[in-house]
Ligand binder design. Structure first.
Ligand code: NI
Length: 160
């Protein structure tokens, strides 16, 4: 495993739409391993492949309930709403209150190529919605007006 460089700020890769993964090859498995290690090293709770410069639809998450890896994740249903402070490993030094769905059903493939369905709520739902946004070139600050952005120390800003 290896820690990869996290793309930050105005890096254009963060605005690109990631491509579906046609097959889970050893290269994809290595990417997932590296993404998990990179996320843990940065004390984040989620990471999308675009954040390490790879335009493929792969995300990893761990909100304290164990590692979840998803290939080609799709949000199939959402309900409710929650508003809470959110950060991003690609936007160090920034946080903001973002309204998201409280519950999200997420479908994708695990590393064995099996379809998995996750019924996420609370922080995990927030994280899944944030990571799938990354795959579509969307950052959490897109939901905020400039006066809603809170500037904090880099250490305090860790997130998704
Ligand atoms: Ni993020």
């Amino acid at each position: 495993m290896a820690i990869r460089m996290i793309r930050t700020g105005t890096d254009p890769v963060l605005r690109k739409v990631a491509k579906p993964v046609p097959a889970i090859t050893p290269v994809i498995m290595k990417l997932m391993d590296d993404m998990a290690q990179t996320m843990y090293d940065a004390n984040g709770v989620g990471l999308a492949a675009v954040q390490v410069g790879i335009l493929k639809r792969v995300i990893v998450m761990d909100v304290g309930e164990g590692l979840i890896e998803l290939v080609n994740p799709e949000i199939v249903e959402t309900s409710g709403s929650q508003t809470d402070s959110e950060g991003c490993l690609s936007l160090p030094g920034i946080r903001g209150e973002v309204e998201r769905a409280m519950n999200a059903t997420v479908k994708g493939l695990n590393r064995d190529g099996e379809e998995v369905v996750i019924h996420a709520s609370g922080l995990l739902a927030r994280c899944a919605l944030h990571e799938v946004d990354h795959l579509n070139g969307i950052l959490f600050t897109d939901y905020l007006s400039p006066d809603q952005i809170v500037y904090v120390s880099e250490k305090e800003s860790v997130g998704e």
